[in-house]
Design a protein around this ligand. Structure first.
Ligand code: 13P
Length: 256
C-alpha cells in the first residue's frame, strides 16, 4: 500500500505506426500538453523513428523508448537491433515481451529474459510485459500464467537491477479490442504481481517496482484504473497515437 514510493510512468507503445516525419509531428504536438506532468512520460516508437524522436524531444520531459532489443552485442542476427545501438543514440526505455511479439514472432519467456538481462546490463530500462490470454483467464489460470512469466522473465535479475525494471500487466484479451479490464481486475493482477515480486525479492524491492496496466487504456478510463493502489501507470497503444488522449492519460496519472 505504498503508491507514493513508486514512480508513475505513462508510456506510449506506438507499435508499427508513424513514419519518422509523422513521429516528429506527433511528439511536437504532445510535448506542450505534457510539459507539467507529475509522472514519467515515455514514447516507445519504431526503430526507424528513434533518432528523429530523440531529436524532437530534446529539452522536453518526454523520454524515448524502443519496442524491442536483441540480447547479443553484435553478430549475425539479421533484422535485429542491439542494446548498444539504442544506447548510443540516447534511448532510455525498451518494451520487452509484448504479447504481439510472443504471439506473432515466437518470443518466449527465455528470450524475454535474455533481452531483459542484456537491456539492464547496457543501462536501458526494460518495460517487461506479462499477461494472460482470454482462454487462460476463462480457465482460471491467470495467476499461474503471470507468476510463471514474472519468474522466468526476471530470472537472474538482481535486486539492484530490478530498480530499473517496469512491469506492464497487459491482459491479451484487452489489447486493441476496446475491452478494458475493470479497474478491479487490473488491481487484482497488479497486486498479485507485486506479491510474486515480494517472494522473489523482498517487500521493499517489490513495493518500489512500477507496475503498469495496458490494454485499451484511454482518456475515459485512465482515472479509474490509475486510482488503484497497485496500478502505477499505463502502457498505452491506440490512445498514445492521439496527442490529446495521451495527454489526458498523463494528466490522470498526475492526479492520482
Ligand atoms: P491498446 O491500448 O491499443 O489496447 O494497446 C495496449 C498495448 O498493447 C500497449 O502495449
Amino acid at each position: 500500500m505504498k503508491k507514493d514510493v513508486r514512480k508513475a510512468i505513462i508510456a506510449g507503445n506506438w507499435k508499427m505506426n508513424k513514419t519518422p516525419s509523422e513521429a516528429k509531428a506527433l511528439l511536437e504536438e504532445i510535448a506542450p500538453l505534457v510539459k507539467d506532468a507529475g509522472c514519467e512520460v515515455v514514447a516507445c516508437v519504431p526503430y526507424v523513428d528513434l533518432a528523429t524522436a530523440i531529436e524532437a524531444t530534446k529539452g522536453t520531459n518526454i523520454k524515448i523508448g524502443a519496442e524491442n532489443c536483441h540480447w547479443a552485442e553484435s553478430g549475425a542476427f539479421t533484422g535485429e537491433i542491439s542494446t548498444g545501438m539504442l544506447k548510443e543514440i540516447g534511448v532510455e526505455y525498451v518494451v520487452l515481451g509484448h504479447s504481439e511479439r510472443r504471439q506473432y514472432f515466437g518470443e518466449t519467456d527465455e528470450t524475454v529474459n535474455k533481452r531483459t538481462k542484456a537491456a539492464l546490463a547496457a543501462g536501458l530500462k526494460p518495460i517487461v510485459c506479462v499477461g494472460e490470454l482470454l482462454w487462460e483467464r476463462e480457465c482460471n489460470i491467470t495467476e499461474e500464467v503471470v507468476a510463471r512469466q514474472i519468474k522466468l522473465d526476471l530470472w537472474d535479475v538482481t535486486e539492484e537491477e530490478l530498480k530499473n525494471v517496469t512491469i506492464a500487466y497487459e491482459p491479451v484479451w484487452a489489447i486493441g479490442t476496446g475491452k478494458t479490464a475493470t479497474a478491479e481486475q487490473a488491481e487484482e493482477v497488479c497486486a498479485f504481481i507485486r506479491e510474486c515480486l515480494k517472494k522473489l525479492y523482498n517487500e521493499a524491492a517489490a513495493e518500489a517496482v512500477t507496475i503498469q496496466y495496458g490494454g485499451s487504456m484511454n482518456d475515459k478510463n485512465a482515472d479509474e484504473l490509475l486510482q488503484k493502489v497497485n496500478v502505477d501507470g499505463g502502457l498505452i497503444g491506440g490512445a498514445s497515437l492521439v496527442a490529446e488522449k495521451f495527454a489526458a492519460i498523463v494528466a490522470a496519472a498526475t492526479r492520482n
